[in-house]
Design a protein around this ligand. Structure first.
Ligand code: SRM
Ligand code: SF4
Length: 576
């Protein structure tokens, strides 16, 4: 390997702690026994991420505790591993019970990556949490930290054989790229201690990846998992209803840092077509190339997207071909036309029925009542009751929604009745609300600069009013809010993306499209909530009167030169 392919310099501290961790063990077990603090010590604070957890505290009460000279009320957030987002009703009941009895918020939070999170788990309950999950066949391995994360898959596997096969590949890729260290089993499940050597971790190595790594399997024309947010994507190509292979897209990612032009959202590059048999070899080659060439000096530029731009797409691709022992063929044609979930019932190829429920912000909780319609919103109770009788499974979507999948004709009426009684189905939810999404942000996210999840419902109320006023009732714009530029709510693939800058202040980006194949451009900075509504009012009024037939808002703002189009490069994004 030539040295230019590797960034020289002092390695980031995360590299030291991974190297010294004895394959992710650190001193987590000792720390767990320390009852003096509710938190984890320096290195373990980071290491627990590789076990699917983040140390947090409630930011709403942080100041008050400080005044009382108390340490923050440390707790952990856990993110489960759920490739393709599938979970059984029996598993759901256990998760529901744990959330109810052992977490401070009582909620189950569906994420933008097809899994769920518990928030507010105190130290004495952490081991119990892992053991509870393990008892139902779920773990939290590799859902955070410098590894390949939860593998996403277009979530309607029963709709076609191709969907089913795509899901099987998502599971296989997830397993193939998992860390092989037994640290998780030893620490959380009290299993026998067995020494790990370099040979035991052939794909990830002793220091794992330079940064987080994200993979999807997607079935066009849906792009409901947003490929361009991901490092590695397998786009399913089928012929006569059979999966024949994948187009491979590499190097997507959305995060940036305010004021740092070396960071930017980036679309993935098309490497070409492979046969299904080549899938695991290619996945492994992309991961190991990024493992070896990714920037371990500066974590801000460590993701695959920056490696591609630094070494060159062709050089990276040639290395993948060499390592996988394959040659990419010409990409096969496909198009992405939509990204949302189809809320409501659909019938599958197996004659079973699937009900997609819209879950605002993915937050499953019993809310006092729906602010908008006044009807009950006991979402958690409703889902528990459905899980008690449902014979099929639950599928989490990457838009924070939930599918009750595989319902027999005979059970449809009862499931729908429970869903309606608990506010899980509400016919008055607008298309705009269904097209809107926000990240968690306050109070649990330590990186939040502005509200997102708690801001979204009222923002959408106001946008609905504006659309109606401008003659656009029933229409929708992909609207996403993230509390900081890390982009967890994928605002950097929205037609209108709001990125938190400070309390009550957001940057507004405009111009993604329905298929999610364009990054939106910065339009205005530091807008407050009133400025945001004024801008949306002015722009949607123009859109209503000037748009071409069927032209979506994101395409319109580019055609009308409201913003320039962002092509693939950082230069388009940052204007220099
Ligand atoms: Fe994220 C960090 C929540 C999807 C980019 N993300 C965080 C943390 C863990 C904050 C932290 O590091 O302490 C947030 C915890 C909040 C909380 O209290 O729950 C957090 N991210 C989320 C979730 C829960 C948002 C949601 O509302 O659903 C999503 C969980 C996904 C999952 O199940 O694995 C989530 N995060 C994303 C996405 C979207 C995606 O992957 O489709 C992105 C942008 C795509 C990308 O990676 O480029 C994303 N999260 C980040 C980043 C920036 C990474 C980077 O490249 O610099 C961070 C910060 C970091 O890693 O340093 C981050
Ligand atoms: Fe937190 Fe920022 Fe991610 Fe929102 S985008 S969850 S504020 S890290």
């Amino acid at each position: 390997m030539t040295t230019e392919l590797i960034v020289k310099g002092k390695l980031s501290d995360n590299e030291r702690l991974k190297a010294e961790s004895n394959f992710l063990r650190g001193t987590i077990s000792e720390d767990l026994k320390d009852g003096i603090t509710g938190g984890f010590s320096a290195d373990n604070f980071h290491l627990i991420r590789l076990h699917g957890m983040y140390q947090q505290d409630d930011r709403d009460i942080r100041g008050e505790r400080q005044k009382q000279k108390l340490e923050p009320l440390h707790n952990v957030m856990l993110r489960a591993r759920l490739p393709g987002g599938i979970i059984t009703p029996k598993q759901w009941l256990t998760i529901d019970k744990f959330a109810q009895e052992k977490t401070s918020y009582g909620s189950i939070r569906l994420t933008t990556r097809q899994t769920f999170q518990f928030h507010g788990v105190l130290k004495p309950n952490i081991k119990l949490m892992h053991q509870t999950l393990n008892s139902i066949g779920i773990d939290a391995i590799a859902t955070a930290g410098d590894v390949n994360r939860n593998v996403l898959c277009t979530p309607n596997p029963i709709e076609s054989e191709v969907h089913q096969e795509a899901y099987e590949w998502a599971k296989k890729i997830s397993e193939h790229l998992l860390p092989k260290t037994r640290a998780y089993a030893e620490i959380w499940l009290d299993e026998e201690k067995v020494e790990t050597t370099e040979n035991d971790e052939p794909i990830l190595g002793r220091t794992y990846l330079p940064r987080k790594f994200k993979t999807t399997v997607v079935v066009p024309p849906q792009n409901d998992i947003d490929v361009h947010a991901n490092d590695l994507n397998f786009v399913a190509i089928s012929e006569n209803g059979k999966l024949i292979g994948f187009n491979v897209l590499v190097g997507g990612g959305l995060a940036m840092t305010h004021g740092d032009k070396s960071t930017y959202p980036r679309k993935a590059d098309d490497f070409g077509f492979i046969s299904v048999e080549q899938t695991l070899a290619v996945a492994e080659a992309v991961v190991t190339t990024q493992r070896d060439w990714g920037n371990r000096v500066n974590r801000k530029n460590a993701k695959t997207k920056y490696t591609l731009d630094r070494v060159g797409v062709d050089v990276f691709k040639a290395e993948v071909e060499k390592r996988a022992g394959i040659s990419f063929a010409q990409s096969r044609p496909y198009t992405f036309t939509e990204r949302g979930d189809r809320i409501g019932w659909v019938e599958g190829v197996d004659n079973k029925h699937h009900l997609t429920l819209f879950i605002e912000n993915g937050r499953i909780l019993d809310f006092p009542s729906d602010n908008h319609s006044g009807i009950s919103k006991n979402l958690k109770t409703g889902l528990r009751q459905i899980a008690e009788i449902h014979q099929g499974d639950f599928r989490l979507t990457a838009n924070q929604n939930l599918i009750i999948a595989g319902v027999a004709q005979a059970d449809k009426t009862q499931i729908e009745k429970i869903a309606r009684e608990h506010g899980l189905i509400n016919d008055n939810i607008s298309n705009q609300r269904k097209s809107s999404m926000a990240c968690v942000a306050f109070p649990t996210c330590p990186l939040a600069m502005a509200e997102a999840e708690r801001y979204l419902p009222t923002l959408v109320d106001d946008v609905e009013t504006i659309l109606t006023k401008n003659g656009l009732e029933g229409e929708s714009i992909i609207l996403r809010v993230t509390g900081c530029p890390n982009g967890c709510g994928r605002a950097m693939l929205a037609e209108i993306g709001l990125v938190g800058k400070g309390p009550g202040k957001y940057n507004m980006h405009l111009g993604s499209n329905l298929g999610g194949t364009r990054v939106p451009k910065l339009y205005k900075e530091n807008l407050n909530e009133q400025d945001i509504l004024t801008e949306i009012d002015t722009l949607t009024a123009r859109w209503a009167s000037e748009r071409d037939q069927g032209e979506c808002f994101g395409d319109y703002v580019i055609r009308a030169s409201v913003v320039d189009e962002v092509k693939i490069s950082a230069r388009d994004f940052h204007d220099d």
